[in-house]
Write a protein that binds this ligand. Structure first.
Ligand code: S3P
Length: 427
């Protein structure tokens, strides 16, 4: 379905972002292999996380859906059973990569696949360390691409330095480490999101950490618990940027996750001159949460590079929309990972920005965006939820309407996005 977004004279109101996608995936997986019941409040009912629920059910885990919560009847670390059919991760890299870690520890055989986008994304980054731990994993192109087949079991702990800063790879190895003989250590030169480490502790696993390493010991059991999923900062970011870049805007984002490994975009927006105020409200389920107040005003170009990239990796599409209406040039470097996300996001952003009248240069691992004005036009989402939502926000800031083609993909992470957008325009 196409979506037409018309320029908004002003933006006002409150946004309750949907549950955090990364945390929702992890909550289902960890509660499935814990003992006893886990209630997950605020679970994200979006296509990606639903795929994780389906996979865990196929592995024999009873999961009940209630209005705003999920009740998972954990089967224990050794209680999963071989699925009768291929597991489908859909569009979700997190489902496939994290589940590979759990499945590497199981004494049975699994085949996992995904949609056309996921089957193009690199899986060797998890296959290589999991093979080193002792799992037998095969896939297309020698294990680079899904479908993947996994013969798990008999793992040994490893000490592994991540070649790319990736929370998904770190998490896959940590989860496999739950089943390994001896402890497993992962080293990362640039810190990536740490939800797995935090949640493992909540479920009773022994995790020790330094600034650039994390070690997990195989526990005897994990314990079912209650998990409160905070609002997703990455979903909130679309509205944070919309408000920050709009001349007449005042928006409050409530109950949003503020994990510092996720909020690099706030620092960048402040450097751009955005008026953003954060009110922390403590922690829920081991994750910091709070409120964010945003007021609109002029923005200036900025450099986005280095250690900061993993802390804002999913926000680059929407930060590019801010850059496009900022004064001066924004340079993004060291973001080659964007080429292997749900789409080649560097290419998708460059094509979309040009279609709306913005001057942009595509670099091998980044972009140079010259701030200007959106003149309106037609862009394509490339089937990528974050590209679709980023250009929807461009429509609010544009001189003429913006039409985004193929926006059904928004359900991947933010099913209520269009309603939230509408509410900000009308309140
Ligand atoms: C995620 C990690 C990031 C992120 C993705 C979700 C996670 O991917 O881009 O949307 O839940 O661990 P990488 O680990 O590949 O960087």
């Amino acid at each position: 379905m196409d979506l037409v977004v018309t320029p908004a004279p002003r933006l006002r109101g409150r946004i309750f972002p949907p549950g955090d996608k990364s945390i929702s995936h992890r909550a289902v997986m960890l509660s499935a292999i814990a003992e006893g019941e886990t209630v997950v409040e605020g679970f994200l009912w979006a296509a990606d996380c639903i795929q994780t629920v389906r996979c865990m059910r196929r592995l024999g885990v009873p999961i009940e859906e209630e209005a705003h919560r999920l009740v998972v009847h954990g089967v224990g670390l050794r209680g999963l059973r071989e699925a009768e059919d291929v597991l489908d991760a859909g569009n979700s890299g997190t489902t496939m990569r994290l589940l590979c870690g759990i499945l590497a520890g199981q004494p049975f055989y699994t085949v996992m696949t995904g949609d056309a986008s996921l089957r193009r994304r690199p899986m060797d980054r998890v296959v290589v360390p999991l093979r080193e731990m002792g799992a037998r994993i095969e896939g297309r192109m020698g294990g680079k691409y899904a479908p993947l087949s996994i013969h798990g079991g008999n793992l040994r702990g490893i000490d592994y330095s991540l070649p790319v800063p990736s929370a998904q790879v770190k998490s896959a190895v940590l989860l496999a480490g739950l089943y390994a003989e001896g402890s497993t250590t992962i080293r990362e030169s640039i810190p990536s999101r740490d939800h797995t480490e935090r949640m493992l502790t909540v479920f009773g696993a022994e995790v020790s950490r330094g600034t650039q390493w994390v070690t997990v010991k195989p526990p005897e059991r994990l314990y079912g618990t209650k998990i409160q999923v905070p609002g997703d900062f990455s979903s909130a970011a679309f509205f944070i940027v919309a408000a920050a870049a709009h001349p007449r805007a005042e928006v409050v984002i409530q109950n949003v996750g503020l994990n510092p490994t996720r909020t690099g975009a706030l620092e960048v927006l402040r450097e751009m001159g955005a008026q953003v105020e954060v009110i922390p409200h403590g922690e829920v389920g081991g994750e910091p949460v709070g409120e964010i107040f945003v007021r609109g005003g002029p923005l200036r170009g900025v450099r986005i590079e280095g250690d900061r990239i993993p802390r804002l990796i999913d926000e680059i599409p929407i930060l590019c929309i801010a850059a496009a209406v900022a004064e001066g040039e924004t340079v993004i470097e060291g973001a080659g990972e964007l080429r292997v996300k749900e789409s080649d996001r560097l290419a998708a952003i460059a094509i979309g920005l040009r279609a709306l009248g913005i001057t942009v240069e595509e670099l091998p691992e980044g972009l140079v965006i010259r701030g200007g004005r959106f003149r309106g036009g037609r862009v394509h989402s490339f089937g990528d939820h974050r590209i679709a939502m980023a250009f929807a926000i461009a429509g609010l800031l544009s001189e003429e309407p913006v039409m985004i083609e193929e926006t059904d993909c928004i359900v991947i992470s933010f099913p209520g996005f269009k309603e939230a957008l509408q509410q900000l325009i009308l309140s």
